[in-house]
Design a protein around this ligand. Structure first.
Ligand SMILES: CC(C)(COP(=O)(O)OP(=O)(O)OC[C@H]1O[C@@H](n2cnc3c(N)ncnc32)[C@H](O)[C@@H]1OP(=O)(O)O)[C@@H](O)C(=O)NCCC(=O)NCCS
Length: 162
């Protein structure tokens, strides 16, 4: 894969790196995003750098900054990959200005395609807060279904074969 992946001309997905890591904090800290993704506090610059060092050392997660017309506007990621069962978990967050324009759906399409092509993932899992109806609508729209008997209190677990 190239460093910047063209995707429908306007959207680009760039692997997280030293040059774009600051956008992780800007995007996650925007509006109510922290709350919606279950973080207690906003990400400080020093926490962000520490997180990135761990990310680079462990090499178990694959995150991308989403650019719309050259402007950083979101982050999508793949994590918890299990090569035996060919499963993985995805994550998405957009800054407030980017929401409601179809970028979430296209970014999910990108990360599922990336998971399948580059990591042989065949089933995607995710968990989402029960009250996060916007994200739940998005996931249902793209074919995720609810996993019954979830053990996570206050969260909905979902899955989709890819
Ligand atoms: C969830 C999120 C990624 C959705 O991205 P988005 O770009 O706004 O979504 P899209 O414009 O691609 O819309 C896709 C679908 O999501 C749902 N949706 C989007 N905005 C919505 C809204 N304001 N109200 C209800 N449903 C909505 C709809 O089903 C929509 O399909 P439709 O346009 O055909 O009706 C974005 O709102 C976000 O970053 N939220 C904060 C972080 C977060 O909650 N992440 C998920 C953690 S599990």
């Amino acid at each position: 894969m190239n460093d910047r992946t063209d995707y429908n001309n306007l959207l680009k997905f760039e692997p997280l790196n030293e040059g774009n890591i600051q956008y992780r904090a800007t995007i996650v800290n925007d509006g109510k995003n922290c709350e919606l993704i279950g973080l207690d506090n906003k990400i400080s610059p020093s926490d962000n750098i520490e997180w990135f060092k761990k990310y680079e050392t462990e090499k178990t997660k694959y995150f991308f900054i989403v650019y719309n017309n050259g402007e950083p506007c979101g982050m999508v990621g793949l994590m918890n990959i299990d090569p035996t069962f060919k499963t993985g978990e995805v994550f998405i967050v957009l800054n407030d200005a980017a929401k409601g324009k179809g970028i979430g759906k296209k970014s999910m399409d990108f990360i599922m395609d990336y998971a399948k092509t580059n990591h042989s993932v065949r089933k995607i899992y995710l968990s989402v807060l029960n009250e996060n109806t916007i994200a739940i609508n998005l996931y249902k729209k793209i074919g995720f279904s609810e996993i019954k008997n979830s053990s996570l209190v206050g969260e909905l677990e979902m899955e989709k074969s890819i």
